[in-house]
Design a protein around this ligand. Structure first.
Ligand SMILES: Nc1ncnc2c1ncn2[C@@H]1O[C@H](COP(=O)(O)OP(=O)(O)OP(=O)(O)O)[C@@H](O)[C@H]1O
Length: 857
């Protein structure tokens, strides 16, 4: 019966209802037939969809022939089996998320039997590809793309919650330990689920992570509700808007009996059916024109959705249906629910968030009102009434006008008329005074609240200042760090230059080593020459050798000077290694020894043995030097010959002296002397001759070797073609380039290392900065939460002020009511009006002056 009535109602009303913007929108969606449904009934369907007229006609089968003829339901949009997820989103969800971003509350709800596609429509995630995404993921991506395109001065704060209603108990899906939560109505936030977890989110991924949508998808035994609060604040003005979005995926609507369930399952189904039936009752009640009692409180589902049906929300209801004739009854029921829901008018309004300046101006206005109210109360503080004894000749209640222009006192009423009407007026006045007292109390309380709030605002301002100061300090530290980094870079550059110069020193060291070896050889030679010194040496040769040695010493000294110069330039002495220092000391000593030796050498007597170069030296001597050696050798030869001739002439002279001066010198002494001299000369001559023979041989050998070397070199040069020759030059050039490249490479490697260190340093800096930002963001979040709380408290205060103002106005109106004004009668069932009046009058008088009527009666 009920269903027939409902069906008729929607059929007739559907054509006439003008569905304006505040009405709930109802969208109907049919899914394709499933395999099982095809198996049961082929491709036959129970409905006729008219997508152009947005209506659905359902023709029940004969089995249920109490429903005669087709029944037609109208919707805001009807989607056939081929409708895409995008179509549904654009029709049902996009206008809602747009409204939420404009500061309205919005609700999207899916309603239908199990398996009709509620979850598919609402939650379906990316698993089936982007085109299969349901409403929730599409809303999330729309929201974040809108946020991206917003102007920079708009700040968003997004909070989400998710709950499940199972067997009329609310469970928190973000914190599963929270079960059986209660719903509360608040003046500032509307319907609120107490203690429900709210999670702040900053990206779409965070939403998916928080909800783990795949895990929390509902079963067909529970209702799942997703709540998202989107707050927007204009950073320039501080004012903003706040929108709440509710996505409700309800449990399947099939009746207990149709499932054939048992035991606890049956209880679950009963729970679901009960909550859905209360939802239907709520919609039915709201659909009536002058509805009074809406049973929101009868279930948790309707409590949570109380604002979505008939409240401050823009709501879209999506009716999901199966086209199969096997589900025609459930489909019919769902269609009916949708068509009734769309007749409900909601009262959506933008939820404004006031800025601090707005709030303080509101506070100022409130304070002005409070002081005006104070003044009014002081001005109208009525004197305690004194009721005189009842006079029997008291006149009937006149059309009394107060004498004074001020508010009439109670005594004047009582004096003039002790009858019922006067008593009622008295009662009125007393009530007014009570209200005034209460007003005063509330005002005081509000004043205290305002003071507390002002204190908190000050604390917040201080904290804000602290954060600003910290930020400035942080910026200062940053610039200091950049300066330090600059000096570190400079130091590193210097270090690099020092390294390069050290390398140069090492190269020079090697050169010194080579020279040192040469010097050692020369010293050996010098010592040998000293030992071999003998008459007949060639002074010219000695001078030549000395000059050569001096040249080498000069070169060595020059190198040493260079090295000293570099060292002094770099002031690196303290940075040198011990090895380097030892080398320098050894080289200096060597130089000194060479100098000593050279000075000695220059002092060698002119008659010294001929200098011949050693074979190793010869190999490294130039051609001119070799020729010089040969000439020298010849000269030495000639000198030796000269020496021998001198000796012969000396012998001749001695023999002459022997014959001429026999008397002066004894023959024996002369003979001895002669023999002695002869022996020594002979020995010396033999020694010189053998040495000369050796040296001549060596020179010859060396000459031969030199000749061989020369020939080989010439051969080699001759064997080179022009190309090879140019290649040789090129190779030499390339070798030089490679050396340069090597140097550059080393330079690059070292600068790369410096860069790596830089990168690490900057990474550390970024990490520290990120941490700092996170801390600042955290404190900003806390501050904004506190600000939000304060705002809501201020809103509350404001509302209370408005209430007070209303009360004040009421009291003002009441105080001006003339004595003959008609009073509204309250009728108590089971008590006569007269008795009530008497009884009530007694009570009032008792409260004012004791019980004066008792004595008179
Ligand atoms: N419009 C559609 N197009 C294609 N497949 C669909 C459509 N609607 C639903 N389905 C498929 O039908 C099956 C049941 O859908 P779904 O689970 O969404 O139903 P439900 O109404 O949410 O059921 P429950 O009462 O269990 O919550 C799923 O496999 C889903 O993919």
């Amino acid at each position: 019966m009920e269903e027939t009535k409902g069906a008729n109602l929607s059929m007739s009303d559907a054509q006439t209802i003008s569905n304006d913007d505040s009405n709930i929108k109802a969208i109907c969606r049919f899914r394709p037939l499933t395999g099982t449904e095809r198996g049961k009934g082929g491709s036959s369907v129970c409905c006729e969809l008219d997508t152009s007229q947005n209506s659905v006609s359902i023709n029940l089968t004969k089995k249920n022939n109490k429903y005669t003829g087709p029944t037609t339901f109208s919707f805001d949009r009807v989607f056939d089996l081929g409708a895409s997820q995008r179509d549904i989103y654009e029709a049902a969800a996009e206008p809602i998320i747009n409204s939420v971003l404009q500061g309205f509350n919005g609700t999207i709800l899916t309603y239908g039997q199990s398996g009709s596609g509620k979850t598919f429509t609402m939650h379906s995630s990316e698993t089936g590809g982007v085109q299969n995404q349901g409403i929730l993921p599409r809303i999330v991506s729309t929201l974040f793309s809108r946020i991206e395109n917003m102007t920079e001065n708009i700040e968003f704060s997004i909070k989400i919650s998710m709950l499940e209603i199972f067997q009329d108990k609310i469970c928190d899906l973000l914190e599963k330990s929270k079960v059986d939560l209660q719903v509360k109505q608040t003046s500032e936030k509307g319907t609120v689920v107490e203690n429900l977890t709210e999670k702040y989110i900053g990206s779409s991924d965070e939403i998916y992570d928080a909800l783990k949508i795949g895990d929390h998808l509902k079963t067909d035994k529970s209702h799942v509700i997703f709540i998202m609060n989107v707050d927007q604040t204009n950073a320039d003005t501080g004012s903003g808007i706040s929108g709440k979005l509710i996505l409700a995926d309800l449990a399947g609507t099939e009746k207990n009996s149709s499932k054939g369930s048992q035991g606890s399952e049956s209880d679950d189904m009963k729970g679901i059916e009960k909550s859905l039936s209360i939802l239907r009752r709520v919609t039915n009640a709201l659909a009536e024109e002058n509805h009074t009692d809406v049973p929101y409180q009868d279930s948790k589902l309707t409590q949570v959705l109380s604002e979505s049906f008939g409240g401050n929300t823009k709501t879209s209801v999506i009716i999901t249906c199966s086209p199969s004739p096997w589900h025609e009854l459930e489909t019919m029921s769902s269609l009916r629910f949708g068509s009734i829901a769309r007749t409900i008018k909601n009262t959506p309004k933008i939820n404004k968030l006031h800025s601090q300046t707005e709030l303080s101006s509101l506070l100022n206005a409130a304070e002005v009102k409070i002081s005006a109210l104070d003044a009014y109360i002081t001005q109208n503080n009525l004197p305690q009434p004194k009721i005189p004894p009842k006079s029997p000749s008291a006149p009937a209640l006149p059309n009394h006008q107060p004498q004074s222009t001020t508010q009439p006192g109670l005594s004047s009423f009582i004096d003039q008329s002790p009858d019922q009407e006067a008593l009622k007026t008295l009662e009125q006045k007393l009530a007014q005074q009570e209200r005034t007292d209460e007003c005063l109390k509330t005002i005081n309380r509000l004043k205290e609240d305002i003071q507390v709030l002002e204190g908190r605002i000050e604390v917040l301002e201080e904290e804000k200042l602290k954060v600003e100061l910290e930020k400035e300090g942080f910026m200062g530290k940053n610039s200091l760090m950049f300066k330090l980094q600059g000096s570190i870079d400079l130091a590193e550059e210097r270090h690099e230059i020092i390294k390069l110069q050290e390398e140069k020193i090492k190269v020079k060291d090697k050169e010194v080593e080579v020279f040192k070896e040469k010097v050692m050889e020369l010293m050996v030679k010098l010592k040998k020459y000293e030992n071999d010194k003998a008459p007949g040496s060639d002074p010219k040769e000695i001078t030549n050798s000395s000059i050569r040695l001096k040249k080498e010493i000069m070169a060595l000294r020059h190198i040493m000077n260079l090295k000293d110069e570099i060292l002094s330039k770099l002031k690196l002495t303290e940075d040198l290694t011990d090895e380097d220092r030892n080398k320098i000391i050894i080289n200096t000593r060597m130089l000194e020894e060479i100098e000593k030796a050279s000075s000695k050498y220059t002092k060698i007597p002119t008659k010294m043995v001929l200098v011949k170069e050693t074979d190793t030296d010869t190999l490294s001597l130039s051609e001119s030097e070799v020729e010089q050696i040969v000439i020298n050798q010849k000269m030495i030869h000639a000198r030796i010959e000269e020496e021998l001739a001198t000796k012969r002439s000396m012998r001749k002279e001695i023999e002459d002296i022997k014959y001429q001066d026999e008397d002066q010198l004894t023959k024996e002494v002369v003979q001895a002397k002669m023999n002695e001299m002869k022996e020594s000369f002979d020995k010396e001559r033999e020694h010189l001759l053998s040495d000369l023979g050796n040296r001549t041989q060596k020179v010859k050998q060396l000459e031969m070797e030199l000749e061989i070397q020369r020939e080989e070199y010439k051969k080699l040069e001759k064997s080179l073609t022009e190309e090879e020759f140019s290649m040789k030059i090129q190779i030499e050039q390339l070798q030089r380039q490679v050396d340069q490249m090597n140097l550059m490479y080393h330079h690059e490697v070292s600068s790369n290392n410096v860069l790596k260190v830089d990168v690490q340093l900057y990474e550390k800096k970024i990490l520290k900065r990120d941490q700092r930002i996170a801390t600042l963001e955290k404190s900003y979040k806390t501050l904004s939460e506190q600000a939000q709380e304060m705002k809501s408290e201020l809103m509350n205060a404001q509302k209370q002020m408005i209430k007070l103002e209303t009360l004040r106005r009421e009291s003002l109106v009441l105080s001006r009511i003339p004595t003959q004004a008609k009073m509204i009668k309250r009728i108590k069932t089971g008590v006569k009006p007269r008795e009530i009046q008497k009884d009530y009058r007694n009570k009032i008088v008792e409260r004012v002056i004791g019980d004066p009527f008792n004595s008179s009666e």
